[in-house]
Design a protein. Structure first.
Length: 613
């Protein structure tokens, strides 16, 4: 990239966004746009992906078209850009005739740098006139956000995205740039093919999110398990994902009864209800949203401190995308998966009923099961799934933090379980084997004669969730195998027979028993503020700045993050600037925001200093 253009980009980033330099891989991604070379850019959520196409549009003083999947998000995106002094607009079905004419007038007069449109506007029925308008405007480039929606192998395939290849025909001289946060090599290849990208620059950032702490727990008492996390994050924003609408309704109602600030979100609610609950969450008037996967892509709240899954999602891609909504401001956040083997049976049934049980979909579901069942560094497992190396030992997952207990005499325990599989004829699934080992007096066990086996009741004292967890681990270790039928049965592998013959040893792990919960103590718990990101931060001042941000956001009718992100407020509460010049040294404060929003924030900082002296 030409040094003059790079200096211009750096100046734009500093002046409009308040950042002192490029984040990893941003320079290369921007360089492709400046050079007019097609590109595919894969950066993690929170990795500064949108800046890669926003800053070049400003620096080149050119029109860029941004394809965004959700109409509900466009206004917030444009509001945030306008707050930074970037001329932007959106064109979608929410605009009336007068507003549409105004946007077109701004476009024709060259007063727009970023135009946000939906894929339907470009490739849907009746899109011809709009495409002709674009052709006449001559945009410098087109950025396709959430580009994984193009691929059948992507976790959120959308047919209208697949038709975006028409852009290559309508705008043959305009460079195309695909952006996504989650794409395996197979998905990336499909994106390149479907969009017709020509010799694209390929920019792949790290998939690892070191600020996220991942935990996996077998689901036992879900409500108690959820409350333990919610109580550790009182007053902070989070999302709880459920598998079905009824689960959302039941869980959100129960949590509300217990005094949590919570709202439900799923496709069964009216458009008005969904919009209201989403706005309540984005505007920080509600702490927690309990939702199905219908919620999330349109959410631009950067200070989500936790994402909990009350059931396993249908793929690792979904899990990465959904957990990626935590900690987008770069600050620490927590992601916990509460799963049961039943989740995967439910997903299989849903896929079959919806005619979606393709080999591809079932393979993705299998990868998700393996992630849940295995006991290894979670960051390493996710990175390697997306084709990247990771050294492990992350210090930010339940495995590496030592939260799992090593089972004593694990090989002996494994032999007991494997022996039961053999004695039941290797013709039964995990549920039956577990019932036999636990000594369950069920009709199914009696009819099969399994109550007369020597392994019947061999592990009667072991809690069922722990036993099922060990079965999962044995499968993940390759000592047991499940066939791929509708009702998978267990078979002992060659490696499993070696363990049975004492020719091989193995390790097994258990989750520690949850600490007993004191309702009185839990209700009064404050959010944890002892991590490194709080070092040097005046927490009382931070709370005052956060309250000022809330008031300003309500007055301007914009989400709080449009004013300033939490990371910016923490930096203010750490540096305590007293002059406009010092305010510009704070992370995320550009010239326009310093001029427009600086005075009230400086007043609060000065007042706090006076009251503290």
């Amino acid at each position: 990239m030409d040094s003059g253009v790079e200096r211009r980009l750096l100046e734009v980033v500093r002046r409009s966004w308040g950042f002192e330099g490029f984040r990893p891989d941003q320079r290369e991604a921007m360089g492709a746009i400046v050079a007019g070379r097609d590109s595919i850019v894969v950066l993690p959520t929170g990795g500064g992906k949108s800046l890669c196409y926003q800053a070049p549009a400003v620096a080149l003083e050119a029109l860029a078209v941004v394809v965004s999947p959700l109409i509900s998000l466009m206004k917030d995106q444009v509001d945030a850009l306008s707050a930074n002094g970037v001329p932007a607009a959106f064109y979608n079905s929410t605009l009336g005739p007068v507003e549409r004419r105004e946007v077109i007038a701004r476009l024709r007069s060259g007063r727009v740098r970023l135009l946000y449109v939906s894929p339907e506007r470009l490739a849907g029925e009746g899109s011809g006139p709009f495409l002709e308008l674009l052709r006449s405007l001559g945009p410098r480039f087109v950025a396709v956000d959430e580009a994984h929606c193009i691929s059948h192998w992507g976790h959120d395939f959308r047919p209208e995205y697949r038709r975006l290849g028409v852009l290559r025909e309508v705008l043959p001289e305009v460079s195309l740039h695909a952006f996504t946060a989650t794409a395996t090599p197979r998905v990336r290849d499909d994106i390149v093919r479907q969009l017709g990208l020509r010799d694209p620059a390929i920019v792949i950032g790290t998939f690892d999110r070191p600020n996220l702490t991942y935990r996996v727990r077998r689901r036992t008492n879900l409500l108690a398990q959820l409350r333990a996390v919610l109580d550790a994050h009182r007053g902070e924003g989070g999302i709880v994902y459920c598998l079905a609408r009824r689960d959302v309704d039941n869980l959100s109602a129960r949590l509300a009864e217990l005094g949590y600030s919570v709202a439900p979100y799923h496709a069964g609610l009216s458009d008005e209800e969904r919009k209201h609950h989403q706005e309540e969450f984005v505007n920080e008037r509600v702490d927690v949203v309990v939702a199905t996967v219908a919620f999330g892509m349109g959410i631009d709240r950067s200070n989500v401190r936790f994402v909990l899954h009350a059931a396993a999602p249908r793929s690792v891609e979904h899990y990465q995308q959904e957990t990626g909504r935590a900690g987008r401001d770069g600050l620490p956040a927590e992601c916990v998966l509460f799963y049961s083997p039943a989740d995967f049976a439910v997903w299989r049934g849903l896929l079959e009923r919806g005619d979606e049980a393709t080999p591809e979909a079932l393979e993705l579901l299998g990868h998700m099961w393996r992630y849940a069942a295995q006991v290894r560094c979670r960051h390493k497992a996710l990175s390697e799934y997306f084709g990247q190396e990771h050294p492990g030992g992350c210090g930010a997952c339940d495995v590496c933090l030592g939260e799992l207990e090593r089972v004593e005499d694990a090989t002996v325990l494994a032999q007991k379980i494997l022996s039961c599989v053999v004695r039941t004829g290797q013709r039964w699934g995990a549920a039956q084997v577990a019932d036999v080992l636990r000594g369950a007096n069920t009709e199914k066990v009696r009819n099969a004669g399994h109550d007369r086996l020597s392994t019947y009741g061999l592990l009667a004292q072991m809690p069922m969730p722990e036993l099922r967890g060990h079965l999962d681990q044995l499968i993940d270790l390759g000592l047991l195998a499940q066939d791929g039928g509708k009702f998978p049965v267990l078979k002992v592998t060659a490696a499993g027979w070696e363990v049975l013959r004492s020719q091989r040893e193995c390790e097994l792990w258990r989750q520690p028993a949850p600490p007993k919960r004191s309702a009185k103590r839990a209700a009064s718990r404050k959010p944890k503020r002892d991590d490194a990101s709080w070092e040097g931060v005046d927490q009382e001042l931070f709370d005052r700045l956060r309250e000022l941000r809330r008031r300003l956001a309500e007055a301007r009718k914009v989400p709080p993050y449009v004013i300033f992100h939490d990371r910016t407020l923490r930096d203010m509460a750490r540096l305590k600037p007293v002059t406009p010049g010092q305010l510009l040294e704070v992370y995320g404060v550009g010239e326009k925001k310093a001029a427009e929003l600086g005075p009230p924030f400086l007043e609060v900082i000065a007042a706090h200093a006076e009251s503290s002296s």
